[in-house]
Design a protein around this ligand. Structure first.
Ligand code: NAI
Length: 480
């Protein structure tokens, strides 16, 4: 078998320790890989490169398209962009797949029978990383969701479920509050779900959904959700399953795939040689399946399961801490056990791994939309008096073909006043204007902005208000 070129980053913190143990196991098992090692992360940030990724690293990743990555430390503050987020977005790694299982009675866990797969949208949502300080007091963070992106991840989740004989897909959203963004994801989930009649579907509000994952994880099979919720729920799931040190994950795109552990660089235990390499090893097992080396993947997984059954554990999961193995010793135990199979835990088999169909964007076509500009929200920084003072001033300078509708403070209508008790906080205001006769045009908005500037009021952001086939494309403000 010819060797598959792959790119490897040894990472930060515990990264090099767990990568060395993982690679030793891959080599002993006969994995046919040809690695190129790249530097990304802390060392690169500290050399003055704020992306954390060198040109050589980009070149290697473009050439191999397969990346085994140890965790990276993202320095807090200082304008550094997360390497993980940059890689996921640069290579279109739209799907983050995180299988979570329990290994009782060999690894203590809060529940008996967890066997779920979290499919997390990986490129959009609040991880678009578009944040703005708009006024002295207020900042905004953009939650960006697209219909195409939502469709791709929902279809991926159903295709994954279908290929792997999974029975149910659960969607987690917060569309009782975020009716337009999370509402879009929910609608797309329902629509795509119609193409998979054999699979049970459910959509749950994310807060109770996470509580249920923590309380009754056995009720979940495949979960599909937005980037931020997926990040949180996968940590909850892996923690209640035993340790964050156990679970691996894959980030899948159309031309590149990245495999890693779900946990981070664990600076608190770095350099001590005690980290559990299992998360990264499970990431590497997913990689071997992805590159078609199912026999090696299965051999390693069975040796690893046997090692867990045999009570050979690192400190994070050891029942008797005095007998805990180091990272290296645990790796050596797995190597010694290559060729063995677990006695009680489910034996991994090559036929369990099914190739799935990769979905493409927009397999369901969008119906033609009549998009109409009906108004505008203008955000202001202003501390010149009461909402009434500002409201009356804005009403005076509104162009004749527009109506000044209302003024809101943190999303709550404060003028015309509905309730004198509403507490006004900060210096950020949203002013809603609508076109007379139900529509407006860019020229009117430009005139409005010029009038606001002439009145010495600082406008900081503009959001156009549209309807799509008469359906409102913006939320009503509280009290509107
Ligand atoms: P973390 O996952 O690194 O650590 C959380 C806790 O779990 C710590 O107590 C740690 O000792 C323990 N732990 C983690 N992995 C373990 C292992 N393999 N064996 C035994 N114990 C383990 O999360 P934290 O502390 O919030 O983040 C540390 C750094 O990692 C941050 O800079 C963060 O940005 C980065 N990070 C990187 C990720 C990646 O590269 N994919 C993912 C998550 C965080």
């Amino acid at each position: 078998m010819s060797k598959t070129p792959i790119t490897i980053a040894r990472g930060d913190g515990i990264g090099p320790e767990i990568m060395d143990a993982t690679l030793a196991i891959l080599e002993a098992a006969g994995a046919q890989i040809e690695p190129t090692f790249i530097d990304i992360g802390k060392k690169v940030y500290e050399s003055g490169n704020s992306t954390g990724i060198t040109d050589e690293a980009w070149a290697s990743l473009r050439s191999t398209g397969i990346f085994l990555k140890a965790p990276i430390t993202t320095p807090q503050g200082g304008g550094y962009k997360s390497v993980n987020v940059t890689l996921r977005k640069s290579f279109g790694l739209f799907s983050n797949v995180r299988p979570v299982r329990t290994y009782q009675p060999f690894v203590n866990s809060k529940h008996d029978a967890i066997d779920m797969v979290i499919v997390r949208e990986n490129e959009e949502d609040l991880y678009a990383g578009m944040e703005y300080r708009q006024t002295h007091d207020a900042c905004h963070s953009l939650k960006v969701l697209s219909r195409a992106g939502s469709e791709l991840i929902c279809r991926y989740a159903f295709e994954y479920a279908k290929a792997n004989g999974r029975k149910k897909v659960t969607c987690l959203v917060k569309d009782n509050i975020m009716k337009i963004s999370d509402g879009l994801f929910h609608k797309v989930f329902d629509l795509i779900g119609e193409d998979y009649p054999e699979i049970e579907k459910e959509a749950i509000i994310v807060d109770i959904g996470m509580a249920l994952v923590a309380d009754k994880p056995e009720n979940f099979d495949v979960l599909v959700t937005l980037n931020l919720y997926g990040d949180i729920v996968s940590d909850i799931a892996s923690q209640i399953a035993g340790s964050v040190g156990l679970a691996g994950s894959m980030n899948i795109g159309h031309s590149c795939a990245m495999f890693e552990a779900v946990h981070g660089s664990a600076p608190d235990i770095a350099g001590k040689g005690i980290a559990n390499p299992s998360g990264l090893l499970n990431g590497a097992i997913l990689m071997l399946h992805h590159i078609g080396q199912n026999d090696i993947a299965v051999k390693i997984e069975n040796a690893w399961l046997y090692t867990l059954e045999n009570g050979e554990h690192t400190g994070d999961i050891a029942k008797d801490k005095s007998k805990a193995l180091s990272t290296k010793e645990f790796g050596e135990a797995v190597i010694r056990n290559l060729g063995k199979k677990p006695n009680s835990l489910k034996v991994a088999a090559e036929e369990d791994f099914k190739q799935m169909r990769m979905p493409t964007h927009a397999e369901r076509t969008l119906s033609v939309r009549n998009k109409e500009l009906v108004g505008v929200d203008v955000f202001l920084e202003w501390e010149g008096g009461s909402p009434k003072d500002l409201g009356e001033k804005l009403a005076e300078i509104t162009p004749s073909d527009m109506d000044f509708n209302l003024l809101a403070n943190r999303g709550m209508k404060v003028y015309p006043m509905v309730n004198d008790d509403v507490e006004i906080i900060g210096d950020s205001w949203c002013c809603r204007f609508r076109g007379k006769d139900g529509h407006t045009k860019n020229e009117s908005i430009q005139q409005l902005l010029a009038n606001i500037s002439d009145a010495n009021i600082d406008w900081v952001k503009v959001e156009n208000l549209y309807t799509f086939d008469s359906e409102r494309g913006f939320s009503l403000l509280q009290g509107e």
